[in-house]
Design a protein around this ligand. Structure first.
Ligand code: PLP
Length: 344
């Protein structure tokens, strides 16, 4: 975290805004639109994720990666139900819902499996390859088997920067499969998203132009305090159409105008905090270069620590160093690792 961010959070708490629609606090919505576009440009995301682009894309701040993943899973589920009922009118809605299936890797974060539980849709945790990366071939085989068994594939949640070893799933090969088989592709970059900002990590962004949605936690790598999870959608209408429940007391005369989204349709709760303020103050105070050097510093520290591990015969690396993460263990029995962990 950082002091500018804490100040932003204190101000937001002091203002006491509960911005569930644009009319409740235009600044709350509009600053979020501004900072999400700044952030998308800072991370060099594809143009179509910007609110300012011509298309239906845009970004929103969720509380956590878990919420972002759940929103993607629920929206993908509803879109799949709609399209399947068009192509298979003979199936009832409950028959369609009973056949839905989603995919991720066995290295993905616990929140992915939880999203499946909450969405009442099984998520298959596919075996990652030996290097702990999920690739398109594994996904294609699983989907083909499931389709043959009468199931309806909905979404694949890939991870850039897995919790265990910061492995990067192969987005391009997963996108090949998802595009052909019309499956939503979400990327959970909760931690590694910070790397997108660096030219030397450009490889990390490969394939992002082909995904439907992605999330990145600013509270992990961008000096913004919890809670602050950025989420971008290639077509926000798919989420809005899935979650749009209205009441007369929620209506206002500026509804539906471009550039003023009502973010309540993009998230689980109705009310929302003025989180954009802490992002705005952090960016304005530290600057893009300041944030980039923060990420670089963490990578440099990890590289230095990796050298310590490699030069010490008592320890060994478990996975390659990635961004700020170094996975190592004491050599020998697993009990040594358990003991070291306990002592730490
Ligand atoms: N995804 C990944 C890859 C993570 O590492 C984590 C947390 O460590 C999460 C999701 C969950 O994040 P949150 O606590 O914001 O829901």
């Amino acid at each position: 975290t950082s002091y500018p961010s804490i100040v932003g959070d204190m101000l937001a708490s002091g203002f006491g805004i509960i911005g569930f629609s644009w009319i409740c606090s235009p600044a709350c919505t509009e600053l979020e639109v501004v900072v999400m576009d700044w952030l998308a440009k800072f991370l060099k995301l594809p143009e179509h994720f910007l609110h300012a682009s011509d298309g239906p894309g845009g970004g929103v701040i969720q509380g956590s990666a878990s919420e972002a993943v759940l929103v993607a899973v629920l929206a993908a589920r509803e879109q799949a139900v709609i399209s399947c009922r068009e192509t298979h009118p003979e199936l009832s809605e409950s028959e369609v819902r009973g056949k839905l299936i989603a995919y991720s890797s066995d290295q993905s974060n616990s929140c992915i499996e939880k999203a499946g539980v909450l969405a009442a849709m099984p998520i298959k945790l596919l075996p990652a390859d030996e290097d702990l990366i999920l690739r398109g071939d594994t996904l294609r085989k699983a989907i083909e088997d499931d389709v043959a068994a009468g199931l309806i594939p909905v979404i694949c949640i890939a991870t850039l920067g897995t919790t265990g070893t910061c492995a990067y799933d192969d987005i391009d090969s997963l996108a090949d499969v998802c595009e052909t088989l019309k499956v939503w592709l979400h990327v959970d970059a909760a931690y590694a998203g910070g790397g997108f900002a660096l030219e030397e990590c450009a490889e990390l962004r490969r394939g992002l132009d082909r995904v439907d949605s992605l999330n990145f936690n600013l509270h992990k790598f961008m000096l913004v305090n919890f809670d602050c999870s950025a989420m971008w959608l290639r077509d926000a209408n798919k989420v809005v159409d899935s979650f749009n429940v209205d009441r007369i007391y929620l209506k206002h005369k500026h509804e539906g105008q471009s550039q003023i989204p009502d973010f309540r349709h993009w998230q689980i709760p109705l009310g929302r905090r003025f989180r954009a303020l802490k992002v705005w103050i952090t960016f304005r105070t530290l600057g893009a270069e300041g944030l980039r050097s923060h990420v670089r510093k963490h990578i440099a520290l990890a590289q230095q620590f990796e050298k310590f591990v490699k030069n010490d015969s008592r320890f060994e690396m478990v996975a390659p160093q990635a961004l700020g993460l170094v996975c190592f263990r004491p050599r020998g029995d697993n009990e040594n690792t358990a003991q070291l962990l306990q002592r730490l």
